[in-house]
Design a protein. Structure first.
Length: 60
């Protein structure tokens, strides 16, 4: 015995729900990626400024 969605409204609703969940997951993934990129770039900028200041004061 094979279970099937008898009403087409239920299958459309499940399809729409899965698409919404995929879109929300994709947005969360993109948001986390950009937060990681921003945090990493700020760390790189801070570290390079520290190295630049250290080399500048060490050369004087």
């Amino acid at each position: 015995m094979v279970w099937r969605c008898t009403s087409p409204i239920t299958s459309y609703w499940l399809l729409a729900t899965s698409y919404w969940l995929l879109a929300i997951g994709y947005l969360l993934l993109v948001t986390c990626y950009w937060l990681f990129v921003i945090r990493y770039s700020l760390f790189v900028i801070r570290y390079s400024l520290f190295v630049f200041c250290f080399l500048f004061f060490a050369s004087n």
